[in-house]
Write a protein that binds this ligand. Structure first.
Ligand code: FA5
Length: 337
Protein backbone atom coordinates (compact mmCIF):
# COMPACT_ATOMS: atom_id res chain seq x y z
CA UNK A 1 0.00 0.00 0.00
CA UNK A 2 1.43 3.33 -1.07
CA UNK A 3 -0.18 5.24 1.82
CA UNK A 4 1.69 3.00 4.30
CA UNK A 5 4.92 3.58 2.39
CA UNK A 6 4.33 7.31 2.58
CA UNK A 7 3.86 7.13 6.36
CA UNK A 8 7.08 5.10 6.70
CA UNK A 9 8.93 7.53 4.49
CA UNK A 10 7.78 10.54 6.49
CA UNK A 11 9.08 8.97 9.70
CA UNK A 12 12.39 8.14 8.07
CA UNK A 13 12.78 11.62 6.51
CA UNK A 14 12.32 13.52 9.77
CA UNK A 15 14.51 11.12 11.76
CA UNK A 16 17.34 11.52 9.27
CA UNK A 17 16.78 15.25 8.96
CA UNK A 18 17.64 15.68 12.64
CA UNK A 19 20.96 13.90 12.07
CA UNK A 20 22.25 16.35 9.45
CA UNK A 21 25.53 17.86 10.74
CA UNK A 22 27.33 19.46 7.82
CA UNK A 23 26.89 20.62 4.24
CA UNK A 24 27.97 17.37 2.53
CA UNK A 25 25.63 15.41 4.77
CA UNK A 26 22.85 17.84 3.84
CA UNK A 27 23.55 17.44 0.10
CA UNK A 28 23.42 13.61 0.34
CA UNK A 29 20.14 13.90 2.21
CA UNK A 30 18.68 16.18 -0.46
CA UNK A 31 19.69 13.75 -3.26
CA UNK A 32 18.39 10.75 -1.30
CA UNK A 33 14.89 12.15 -0.86
CA UNK A 34 14.38 15.02 -3.29
CA UNK A 35 16.76 14.18 -6.16
CA UNK A 36 15.56 12.93 -9.57
CA UNK A 37 15.89 9.39 -8.31
CA UNK A 38 15.08 10.30 -4.73
CA UNK A 39 12.56 8.46 -2.57
CA UNK A 40 9.89 11.19 -2.59
CA UNK A 41 10.23 11.70 -6.35
CA UNK A 42 9.96 7.94 -6.84
CA UNK A 43 6.78 7.68 -4.79
CA UNK A 44 5.26 10.64 -6.63
CA UNK A 45 5.91 8.88 -9.93
CA UNK A 46 4.39 5.65 -8.67
CA UNK A 47 1.03 7.36 -8.05
CA UNK A 48 0.25 7.26 -11.78
CA UNK A 49 -1.43 3.83 -11.61
CA UNK A 50 -3.84 4.78 -8.79
CA UNK A 51 -7.40 6.02 -9.04
CA UNK A 52 -7.95 9.73 -9.64
CA UNK A 53 -9.23 10.28 -6.11
CA UNK A 54 -6.19 8.51 -4.54
CA UNK A 55 -3.80 10.31 -6.83
CA UNK A 56 -5.19 13.64 -5.62
CA UNK A 57 -5.11 12.74 -1.94
CA UNK A 58 -1.70 11.07 -1.81
CA UNK A 59 -0.20 13.47 -4.35
CA UNK A 60 -1.16 16.38 -2.13
CA UNK A 61 0.35 14.67 0.89
CA UNK A 62 3.65 13.96 -0.89
CA UNK A 63 3.85 17.45 -2.41
CA UNK A 64 3.36 18.98 1.03
CA UNK A 65 6.10 16.77 2.45
CA UNK A 66 8.44 17.82 -0.37
CA UNK A 67 7.70 21.55 0.04
CA UNK A 68 8.11 21.40 3.80
CA UNK A 69 11.37 19.52 3.49
CA UNK A 70 12.74 22.00 0.96
CA UNK A 71 11.95 24.91 3.30
CA UNK A 72 13.51 23.22 6.30
CA UNK A 73 16.62 22.26 4.32
CA UNK A 74 17.17 25.91 3.35
CA UNK A 75 16.99 26.97 7.01
CA UNK A 76 19.30 24.13 8.06
CA UNK A 77 21.79 25.09 5.35
CA UNK A 78 21.93 28.70 6.64
CA UNK A 79 22.41 27.50 10.22
CA UNK A 80 25.30 25.26 9.19
CA UNK A 81 26.91 28.08 7.20
CA UNK A 82 26.70 30.48 10.18
CA UNK A 83 28.18 27.90 12.51
CA UNK A 84 31.07 27.27 10.12
CA UNK A 85 31.75 31.03 9.84
CA UNK A 86 31.86 31.30 13.63
CA UNK A 87 34.31 28.42 13.75
CA UNK A 88 36.53 30.15 11.14
CA UNK A 89 36.55 33.25 13.36
CA UNK A 90 37.55 31.15 16.34
CA UNK A 91 34.28 31.94 18.15
CA UNK A 92 32.77 29.53 20.61
CA UNK A 93 29.18 30.53 21.03
CA UNK A 94 28.67 28.16 23.92
CA UNK A 95 31.00 30.18 26.21
CA UNK A 96 29.24 32.45 28.75
CA UNK A 97 29.23 36.19 27.80
CA UNK A 98 31.75 38.61 29.29
CA UNK A 99 30.23 41.11 31.71
CA UNK A 100 30.96 44.77 31.00
CA UNK A 101 30.17 47.82 33.09
CA UNK A 102 27.33 50.01 31.88
CA UNK A 103 27.94 53.75 31.83
CA UNK A 104 25.83 56.23 33.73
CA UNK A 105 24.80 59.85 33.30
CA UNK A 106 27.08 62.38 35.00
CA UNK A 107 25.60 63.41 38.39
CA UNK A 108 25.16 67.00 37.17
CA UNK A 109 23.23 65.78 34.11
CA UNK A 110 21.08 63.63 36.39
CA UNK A 111 20.24 66.61 38.61
CA UNK A 112 19.57 68.89 35.61
CA UNK A 113 17.16 66.22 34.34
CA UNK A 114 15.40 66.00 37.72
CA UNK A 115 15.07 69.79 37.97
CA UNK A 116 13.70 70.01 34.43
CA UNK A 117 11.09 67.39 35.38
CA UNK A 118 10.09 69.29 38.52
CA UNK A 119 9.64 72.63 36.75
CA UNK A 120 7.97 71.00 33.74
CA UNK A 121 5.30 69.72 36.11
CA UNK A 122 4.59 73.39 36.94
CA UNK A 123 4.24 74.26 33.25
CA UNK A 124 7.75 75.68 32.65
CA UNK A 125 9.15 75.14 29.15
CA UNK A 126 12.88 74.37 28.66
CA UNK A 127 14.93 76.77 26.49
CA UNK A 128 18.66 76.96 25.76
CA UNK A 129 20.97 79.65 24.40
CA UNK A 130 24.58 80.60 23.62
CA UNK A 131 27.47 80.39 26.09
CA UNK A 132 29.35 83.14 24.21
CA UNK A 133 27.39 86.32 24.87
CA UNK A 134 27.55 90.03 24.26
CA UNK A 135 27.80 92.59 27.08
CA UNK A 136 24.33 93.73 26.09
CA UNK A 137 22.58 90.44 26.95
CA UNK A 138 24.81 89.50 29.87
CA UNK A 139 24.77 92.92 31.57
CA UNK A 140 23.25 95.99 29.90
CA UNK A 141 19.74 94.68 29.18
CA UNK A 142 19.70 93.24 32.71
CA UNK A 143 19.95 96.75 34.15
CA UNK A 144 23.74 96.58 34.63
CA UNK A 145 25.15 99.47 32.53
CA UNK A 146 28.94 99.55 32.04
CA UNK A 147 29.55 102.02 34.88
CA UNK A 148 27.54 99.86 37.31
CA UNK A 149 29.55 98.41 40.21
CA UNK A 150 27.43 95.22 39.98
CA UNK A 151 29.55 94.18 36.96
CA UNK A 152 32.28 93.42 39.50
CA UNK A 153 29.98 90.95 41.31
CA UNK A 154 30.81 88.41 38.60
CA UNK A 155 34.48 88.14 37.50
CA UNK A 156 34.11 87.89 33.74
CA UNK A 157 36.13 86.11 31.04
CA UNK A 158 36.23 88.60 28.16
CA UNK A 159 36.83 87.49 24.57
CA UNK A 160 37.66 89.62 21.51
CA UNK A 161 35.35 92.33 20.15
CA UNK A 162 33.34 92.82 23.31
CA UNK A 163 32.19 89.18 23.41
CA UNK A 164 32.36 87.31 26.72
CA UNK A 165 31.61 83.92 28.26
CA UNK A 166 28.25 84.33 29.94
CA UNK A 167 28.63 84.71 33.69
CA UNK A 168 25.07 83.55 34.43
CA UNK A 169 22.03 82.15 32.64
CA UNK A 170 20.10 85.41 33.13
CA UNK A 171 20.77 86.60 29.52
CA UNK A 172 18.25 83.89 28.57
CA UNK A 173 15.58 86.05 30.22
CA UNK A 174 16.29 88.80 27.69
CA UNK A 175 16.66 86.46 24.69
CA UNK A 176 13.37 84.72 25.48
CA UNK A 177 11.40 87.91 26.12
CA UNK A 178 12.67 89.49 22.88
CA UNK A 179 11.61 86.39 20.94
CA UNK A 180 8.23 85.78 22.54
CA UNK A 181 5.18 87.61 23.70
CA UNK A 182 3.94 87.26 27.29
CA UNK A 183 2.58 85.33 29.12
CA UNK A 184 5.50 82.92 29.39
CA UNK A 185 7.04 80.42 31.77
CA UNK A 186 10.54 79.11 30.94
CA UNK A 187 13.57 77.50 32.51
CA UNK A 188 17.04 77.69 30.93
CA UNK A 189 19.69 75.25 32.19
CA UNK A 190 23.27 75.61 30.96
CA UNK A 191 26.98 76.25 31.49
CA UNK A 192 28.26 79.58 32.79
CA UNK A 193 31.80 80.88 33.40
CA UNK A 194 33.48 83.03 36.05
CA UNK A 195 37.07 83.69 36.94
CA UNK A 196 36.69 81.96 40.27
CA UNK A 197 38.16 78.73 41.69
CA UNK A 198 38.22 77.01 45.11
CA UNK A 199 36.46 74.06 46.79
CA UNK A 200 33.05 75.71 46.37
CA UNK A 201 33.64 77.68 43.16
CA UNK A 202 34.57 76.49 39.69
CA UNK A 203 35.51 78.59 36.60
CA UNK A 204 32.86 76.67 34.65
CA UNK A 205 29.68 75.66 36.39
CA UNK A 206 25.98 75.18 35.65
CA UNK A 207 22.99 77.31 36.45
CA UNK A 208 19.29 76.96 35.86
CA UNK A 209 17.40 80.16 35.17
CA UNK A 210 13.65 80.45 35.66
CA UNK A 211 11.33 83.17 34.40
CA UNK A 212 7.58 83.58 34.64
CA UNK A 213 5.70 86.56 33.21
CA UNK A 214 1.95 86.99 33.42
CA UNK A 215 -0.71 89.50 34.38
CA UNK A 216 -1.10 88.58 38.05
CA UNK A 217 2.23 87.13 39.08
CA UNK A 218 3.14 87.99 42.66
CA UNK A 219 5.91 87.48 45.17
CA UNK A 220 3.69 84.78 46.74
CA UNK A 221 3.80 82.81 43.45
CA UNK A 222 7.60 83.04 43.46
CA UNK A 223 7.77 81.72 47.02
CA UNK A 224 5.30 78.95 46.19
CA UNK A 225 7.22 77.76 43.12
CA UNK A 226 10.59 77.83 44.93
CA UNK A 227 9.24 76.03 48.00
CA UNK A 228 7.72 73.32 45.78
CA UNK A 229 11.06 72.92 43.96
CA UNK A 230 13.02 72.64 47.25
CA UNK A 231 10.68 70.03 48.75
CA UNK A 232 10.62 67.97 45.53
CA UNK A 233 14.43 68.07 45.35
CA UNK A 234 15.46 67.60 48.97
CA UNK A 235 12.41 65.92 50.51
CA UNK A 236 8.99 66.99 51.76
CA UNK A 237 10.22 67.83 55.27
CA UNK A 238 12.91 70.27 54.05
CA UNK A 239 12.51 73.72 55.64
CA UNK A 240 13.26 76.82 53.55
CA UNK A 241 13.77 80.47 54.35
CA UNK A 242 13.89 83.61 52.23
CA UNK A 243 16.33 86.47 52.91
CA UNK A 244 16.36 89.91 51.29
CA UNK A 245 19.18 90.31 48.77
CA UNK A 246 20.26 92.46 45.83
CA UNK A 247 20.38 91.79 42.09
CA UNK A 248 20.21 94.71 39.62
CA UNK A 249 17.67 92.86 37.45
CA UNK A 250 15.12 92.04 40.18
CA UNK A 251 13.31 94.21 42.70
CA UNK A 252 12.68 93.16 45.39
CA UNK A 253 15.36 90.44 45.38
CA UNK A 254 15.86 87.48 47.67
CA UNK A 255 18.08 84.53 48.35
CA UNK A 256 16.65 81.20 49.38
CA UNK A 257 18.28 78.95 51.98
CA UNK A 258 17.39 75.38 52.85
CA UNK A 259 17.92 73.87 56.25
CA UNK A 260 21.30 72.11 56.19
CA UNK A 261 20.64 68.54 55.10
CA UNK A 262 23.73 67.32 56.98
CA UNK A 263 23.11 68.72 60.50
CA UNK A 264 19.35 69.37 60.12
CA UNK A 265 19.77 73.00 61.22
CA UNK A 266 22.00 72.41 64.25
CA UNK A 267 25.12 73.89 62.63
CA UNK A 268 28.07 71.99 61.15
CA UNK A 269 31.22 72.42 59.05
CA UNK A 270 29.34 72.14 55.73
CA UNK A 271 26.93 75.01 56.52
CA UNK A 272 29.57 77.06 58.37
CA UNK A 273 27.67 76.51 61.68
CA UNK A 274 24.72 78.49 60.27
CA UNK A 275 22.31 75.56 60.00
CA UNK A 276 21.20 76.92 56.59
CA UNK A 277 22.61 76.67 53.04
CA UNK A 278 22.02 79.26 50.32
CA UNK A 279 20.88 77.67 47.08
CA UNK A 280 19.59 80.38 44.78
CA UNK A 281 18.96 84.02 43.98
CA UNK A 282 15.59 85.32 42.80
CA UNK A 283 13.21 88.26 42.72
CA UNK A 284 10.48 90.13 40.86
CA UNK A 285 11.60 91.22 37.36
CA UNK A 286 12.88 94.84 37.49
CA UNK A 287 10.82 97.33 35.41
CA UNK A 288 14.04 98.39 33.61
CA UNK A 289 14.41 94.79 32.33
CA UNK A 290 10.84 94.87 31.00
CA UNK A 291 11.60 98.23 29.36
CA UNK A 292 14.64 96.70 27.59
CA UNK A 293 12.39 94.10 25.93
CA UNK A 294 9.41 96.40 25.37
CA UNK A 295 7.02 94.65 27.74
CA UNK A 296 4.36 96.98 29.15
CA UNK A 297 5.09 97.26 32.89
CA UNK A 298 1.50 98.36 33.58
CA UNK A 299 0.19 95.03 32.27
CA UNK A 300 2.89 92.46 32.97
CA UNK A 301 4.66 91.32 36.11
CA UNK A 302 7.09 88.49 36.54
CA UNK A 303 9.56 86.70 38.71
CA UNK A 304 12.96 85.19 37.92
CA UNK A 305 15.34 82.91 39.75
CA UNK A 306 18.80 81.43 39.15
CA UNK A 307 20.16 78.41 40.94
CA UNK A 308 23.59 76.80 40.96
CA UNK A 309 23.35 73.15 39.84
CA UNK A 310 26.69 72.13 41.43
CA UNK A 311 25.58 73.64 44.73
CA UNK A 312 22.31 71.69 44.67
CA UNK A 313 24.06 68.44 43.72
CA UNK A 314 26.70 68.90 46.44
CA UNK A 315 24.02 69.40 49.09
CA UNK A 316 21.89 66.54 47.80
CA UNK A 317 24.77 64.03 47.85
CA UNK A 318 26.94 65.49 50.64
CA UNK A 319 29.89 66.34 48.34
CA UNK A 320 32.27 68.88 49.86
CA UNK A 321 34.57 69.71 46.93
CA UNK A 322 33.15 71.04 43.64
CA UNK A 323 36.24 69.85 41.72
CA UNK A 324 35.08 66.22 42.14
CA UNK A 325 32.55 66.84 39.35
CA UNK A 326 35.21 67.62 36.78
CA UNK A 327 38.10 65.29 37.61
CA UNK A 328 36.45 62.22 36.08
CA UNK A 329 37.43 59.69 38.77
CA UNK A 330 35.55 56.55 37.76
CA UNK A 331 34.85 55.46 41.35
CA UNK A 332 33.18 58.85 42.04
CA UNK A 333 31.12 58.79 38.84
CA UNK A 334 30.10 55.13 39.28
CA UNK A 335 28.69 55.86 42.74
CA UNK A 336 25.82 57.74 40.99
CA UNK A 337 24.47 54.66 39.20
C1 FA5 B 1 23.26 84.97 39.73
O1 FA5 B 1 24.05 84.45 38.93
C2 FA5 B 1 21.94 85.52 39.26
N1 FA5 B 1 21.91 85.56 37.83
C3 FA5 B 1 20.82 84.66 39.83
C4 FA5 B 1 19.47 85.30 39.65
C5 FA5 B 1 18.71 84.97 38.55
C6 FA5 B 1 18.99 86.22 40.58
C7 FA5 B 1 17.45 85.56 38.35
C8 FA5 B 1 17.76 86.81 40.40
C9 FA5 B 1 16.99 86.46 39.30
P1 FA5 B 1 24.73 84.41 41.83
O2 FA5 B 1 25.96 85.12 41.36
O3 FA5 B 1 24.41 84.50 43.26
O4 FA5 B 1 23.41 84.93 41.05
O5 FA5 B 1 24.82 82.88 41.38
C10 FA5 B 1 23.73 81.99 41.56
C11 FA5 B 1 24.24 80.64 42.10
O6 FA5 B 1 25.30 80.18 41.26
C12 FA5 B 1 24.85 80.74 43.48
O7 FA5 B 1 23.85 80.58 44.46
C13 FA5 B 1 25.82 79.57 43.51
O8 FA5 B 1 25.12 78.39 43.87
C14 FA5 B 1 26.23 79.42 42.06
N2 FA5 B 1 27.60 79.91 41.82
C15 FA5 B 1 28.04 81.19 41.71
N3 FA5 B 1 29.35 81.23 41.43
C16 FA5 B 1 29.77 79.94 41.33
C17 FA5 B 1 31.02 79.30 41.03
N4 FA5 B 1 32.12 79.98 40.71
N5 FA5 B 1 31.05 77.93 41.04
C18 FA5 B 1 29.96 77.21 41.30
N6 FA5 B 1 28.74 77.75 41.57
C19 FA5 B 1 28.64 79.10 41.60
Amino acid sequence: MISEEIEKLKKEVWENFEKIQDLSHLENFRVKYLGKKGKITFLLKSLKDLSLEEKRRLGKELNELRDQLERKLKIKEREILFKEEDKDLGLDLTLPGRSFSVGTLHPLSQVIGELCDIFSRLGFEIVTGPEIETEYYNFTALNIPDWHPARDMQATFYLKNGALLRTHTSPMQIRTMLERKPPLRIIAPGKVYRCDADVRHSPMFHQLEGLMVDKDVSFADLKGVLTYFAKETFGKKTRVRFRPSYFPFTEPSLEMDIECVICKGKGCRVCGEAGWLEILGAGMVHPEVFNAVNYDTETWQGFAFGLGIERITMIKYGIDDIRMFFENHLSFLQSFK
